[in-house]
Design a protein around this ligand. Sequence first.
Ligand code: ATP
Length: 505
Amino acid sequence: MQMVELETAGIVKRFGTLVANDGIDLSVARGEVHAVMGENGAGKSTLMSILYGMQAPDEGSILLRGQEVRFRSAVDAIDHGMGMVHQAFKLFNSLTVWENVVYGREPRRGPALDRRAAIAQVAALAERFRLSVDPTARVGDLSVGVRQRVEILKALYRDARILILDEPTAVLTPQERDGLFDVIRTLKADQRTILFVTHKLHEVMAITDSVTVLRQGRVTERIATRDTTPAEIIRAMTGRVVNLTVDRKPATPGAAVLDVQALTVGTGAKPVVDDLSFRLHAGEIVGIAGVAGNGQTELIEALTGLRRPDGGRVTLSGRDVTETDVEAHRAAGLAYVPEDRAVTGTARAASAADNLLMGYQRKAPFAEGLRLNAKAVAEHARRLIGRFGVKIADETVPVGTLSGGNLQKVVIARELTHQAPLLIAEQPTRGVDVGAIEFIHAELVAERDRGRAILLVSAELSEILALSDRILVMYEGRILADIPAGAADEDRLGLLMAGRTGQAA
Ligand SMILES: Nc1ncnc2c1ncn2[C@@H]1O[C@H](COP(=O)(O)OP(=O)(O)OP(=O)(O)O)[C@@H](O)[C@H]1O
């Protein structure tokens, strides 16, 4: 009989009239990898933030190894052996790996920080848990996958017995994901307990021992992974059957909507975007695959008017927009779903209605002279909230309190409903649940079939493969390969994304 490491009994958390956690019982054995799943807004993040001491529950209790605990803060939770790797890493980019890991708990020799001991301890910890990382490297120079390892090291350095991983694979390549899974296995062998929050069913099946499914703040399923199936988990999450494959006919591309010629961002010997050319046509979805940090961000900034390129030309619907700003790009026919929904995608303090309108307020039927037609704005918002299944009380609520996935739906809803010839969608389904992924994918394909040109940037290779008619692989600022979707698979793309053309050919 395995020992129970973590238990919750009847956890309740309310926000006004909304019950985010409605009596949650969780039970996780020591050394278990336990998945926590549920639709957007089901209450996963709320529960994790309670387990990590960031919020106090209104009711219920947490038991660690049979003892009831009450965390007063995250520091208190850490002192009790809790660790958490957030989706947005909390590291200092200008500091080294070891400085980040020991920060706040530095080994000392007398009053002075013992640098050598710190580096040695971090190196030993990395070796023990097979977290390959150079302790003296600067964090800002590291890839996303390695930075995630630094976060895990930070938790282990504080002797985390229970590690919460919040959608840890969202930004990883397949190879990095496999590396993370190896680390998880090593942690498990050392009797560490893992809570794995994810929307990805294949990962749950691959790495976890058991699953708790939440729905509207309640547990609808608690089962050993080997005794269940993805379809059963989906039913527990959504109460319905979800189609995981995208129905899609071959594309019939029309005229070029976006023409990028010799685009360069950055100067010097190695620009971030390096002499890059491609065309995107009406009625096709072109996917950009690449490990974060290979120039995709800068490419998209240059294509959307957020940044002036240092060379080359961008033509949108026949207009040269190279030197123009975002507004001019929008006017020429750009819709844009940005990667960072919380910062550039939405205004957190503004209502859902305002967020669903943003950027389009001067168009009919919303503009009435210099004023807004409030009725049209509200109706438009209510229609989109219903159609996209945004979980929100009504359109007047500020979007800052929405769960991550619901915020993403707001951005997608806004950008899909305006008939711009070009849609640039960055990580369109990051953090959204299976049901919403099914819906968003079907909408993107429908938009393509209506003749839109869609540029899809995604770290999710299965998404690139499911949707793209053509795939461009970016590596070090260049397009390393331009392949028809039929000729691509995860392994080949993974190798290309790591810059390895030889093996992939
Ligand atoms: N500070 C807050 N104030 C008001 N409501 C909140 C707050 N935090 C969360 N909520 C609400 O609680 C519910 C649960 O949100 P939570 O973030 O826990 O969901 P989730 O399962 O993590 O969703 P996702 O998969 O989208 O991240 C949502 O309806 C959300 O809008």
